[in-house]
Design a protein. Sequence first.
Length: 426
Amino acid sequence: MSKKTLQPPRGTRDFYPEDFRRREWLFDHFRSVSHRFAFEEVDAPMVEHAELFTRKAGEEIVDQLYHFEMHDRHLALRPEMTPSVARMVMARAGALRMPARWFTVSQNWRYERMTRGRKREHFQWNMDIWGEPEVTAEAELIGSIFALLDALGLARGDVKVRVNSRALLEESLREGVLAQRPEAFEPLCIVIDKLAKIGPDPVIEQLTNPSGEIGLSEDSAREVVAMLSAQTLDEAATHASANSPALADLRRFFDLLDAYGVRDQVVFDASVVRGLAYYTGIVFEAFDAGGTLRSICGGGRYDSLTEKLGGKAIPAVGFGFGDMVIGELLEDKQLWPDLPRPLDDIVFALGETERPAAIAVAQRLRGESRRVEVVLGQPKLKRAMADADRAGASRIWLIGPDEAQRGVARVKDLASGEEHEEDLNA
Ligand code: HAM
């Protein structure tokens, strides 16, 4: 076997016990915040029909699909959770109590170009609200993101959420440069999402490409890019009509954020459009305030995804929050807690004759929900004591011939060094 075969595939991770403890600590927070916001957990298969993900708007995520043919089926590892959850909602659309509040913690696969905080598999916490058309849902989600950041120990100001509205952009473009071709809106969003990454000139080049789907004139393309520079709602309002519903939604959304106590952590930024085609309304992304990392989470309203998948339209809004960028931020801020191996007691039989008594005491302690290791093999007492100390156990139970005969165990508290005897038949 080659050395390469013995490595995890590039961009994927092994989780050793210490890595796994961090992962579970983070996931426990995802779950605890979700429950505090009254969301229910769901799950779906990691492998789906590839067609569920192959949209035609030119999104990167479609080119990054891990997919394969098997028994005449074209299957793919999910790159994101949203289409799977949409499929599940559609299957129960008539019977679900709406609004439905669902969350997932799932592994996703994207053949990405890797940078800090971006790999080819990652876990995502998703929270989605189905069946609620009002921005009260968006505000609830932003509230939950900050509840998570608080729980992880991040300070207010460490993370900023940037918000825009695709609906606002669409309203302006439909009255202007896209008046004749509204269908170009989705591919246009995918192109302008790259603005921060590739800069204005390449974006203008793609918007004006005569053989592309968008085909704007140079002046129109420059006008679109100029619209994206608005940094306040009032500035954005200058491009919108006075009675714009999208603008009214944004204003209400910001007012609601006040009630969640997070209004000052959220800024309007017209350049946030997101790189997924299905968003239709408010969109948002969270970034570290230092601006050194990629997006911590992203989401928005996507009211027509179920319709695109062949069902009736169901209003929906949600976000995906990855495990990697937040991991980097916790590392930078030295906020990862010490996570010792979960172990309470070690039970050591000095000889094989005493092993049944050691197993019996371990079983009794396990029955009391203590986490107990029975020492396997026959190490020397000194080695067993040193191991117990290193492993972080709080007590070691020793049973030698003398103890077994008297029906007791010698119990040593590893922090204080104090010893006492416990009755094995108690
Ligand atoms: P997304 O922006 O593609 O949205 O991903 C959401 C988050 O997942 C990102 O902000 C990042 O934290 C993490 N993420 C994405 N790709 C990678 C990667 N290659 N490596 C590490 N982390 C990554 C979605 O996936 C939408 N489905 C979210 C959503 C849910 N929208 C509505 N509901």
